[in-house]
Design a protein around this ligand. Structure first.
Ligand SMILES: [Zn+2]
Length: 309
């Protein structure tokens, strides 16, 4: 089992302004680091540890507030709109993501088998949640790509001792598309800099940066560490793994497709349909329980979504 700590700093604010703004007037960064836990998966499998069918069961620890549950769901919703994954509340699946509060933001990369933990502390930053969920979906940090040296210089002389492994190239880290400085999976340029606090990132001058864009790409120096939007590379990379999202699966129970939101009317309509067949029918065909479960509801939704075109 390998153990590694991998950090990613955070640059808050309006990404569209990042190119034009000098660093000293950029919004403050979040110094909290993204940490990847030990990953007991052979490197050769990194491209294979995707979630079958794009279905990602999850649980949320009881200590997570409703506000943060809503934030988590919003991040999941965005990812579901980008590619063919669906985050579903776990019922009895063996492999699932357990989301809980932590002292860092962290996630295993891809489906590793059994319960895997995703911890969040930066709940207030939507794209940090997205970042961690993308790890869980199988995406490594952008600067670990095999081609990164064509775009950036990793300045080890500026690096805090003990963090060098965070900049190790992973041949399969992000194999799709061109290098994406804007990626939400890209470190910011001061990660683990000697000019920042131990184990952290901060705003730092170019001379202190641990990741220095090569001259041909200097306009991206301040873009690295974007946590304000998903880059096109992020989107393409996810689609390459999980396919396109089921774009038209917004069928309502009355047969219309205009509204992407499932309403209580739709739910009642589903219930009526199934009740008409058997008042206690479960979606799996059993009839033993009079109680409608979340599993039944999800199953109903799946059966209707399957009819979408
Ligand atoms: Zn990360």
């Amino acid at each position: 089992m390998r153990t590694e700590l991998v950090g990613a700093g955070v640059m808050l604010g309006l990404a569209g302004l990042a190119l034009a703004q000098p660093k000293d007037v950029q919004p403050p960064r979040d110094s909290l680091m993204c940490v990847l836990p030990p990953q007991d998966v052979p490197e050769g499998l990194w491209n294979a540890n995707l979630w079958p069918g794009g279905i990602i069961p999850y649980t949320v620890d009881a200590a997570v507030t409703q506000q943060n549950r809503d934030r988590l769901r919003a991040a999941m919703d965005e990812l579901e709109s980008v590619c063919g994954v669906r985050f579903v509340p776990r019922t009895n699946q063996t492999n699932y993501v357990n989301v809980r509060n932590g002292t860092s933001n962290s996630s295993s990369v891809g489906m590793i088998g059994g319960q895997q933990t995703l911890t969040m502390v930066s709940w207030h930053v939507h794209y940090i949640i997205v970042h961690e969920l993308m790890h869980a979906m199988g995406v490594w940090h952008e600067q670990q790509r095999a081609d990164r040296d064509q775009y950036v210089f990793i300045n080890f002389a500026n690096m805090q001792s003990g963090y060098e492994g965070n900049f190790t190239i992973r041949p399969n880290a992000s194999p799709h598309g061109p290098f994406d400085f804007e990626s939400v999976m890209m470190y910011d340029d001061c990660s683990f800099s000697l000019c920042c606090a131990a184990g952290s990132t901060c705003g730092c001058p170019f001379s202190c940066a641990t990741i220095q864009a090569l001259p041909a790409y200097s306009q991206y120096q301040n873009v690295m560490g974007n946590r304000s939007y998903m880059g096109q590379g992020d989107r393409n990379s996810l689609v390459s793994r999980y396919g396109q999202p089921p774009a038209a699966c917004y069928a309502n129970c009355d047969g219309s497709t205009g509204n992407p939101l499932l309403t209580s009317n739709d739910f009642q309509c589903f219930l009526n349909r199934f009740a008409a067949a058997d008042p206690y029918a479960n979606c799996d065909g059993s009839t033993g329980s009079p109680s409608l479960t979340a599993n039944d509801f999800q199953c109903y939704l799946n059966s209707f979504a399957a009819g979408c075109t």
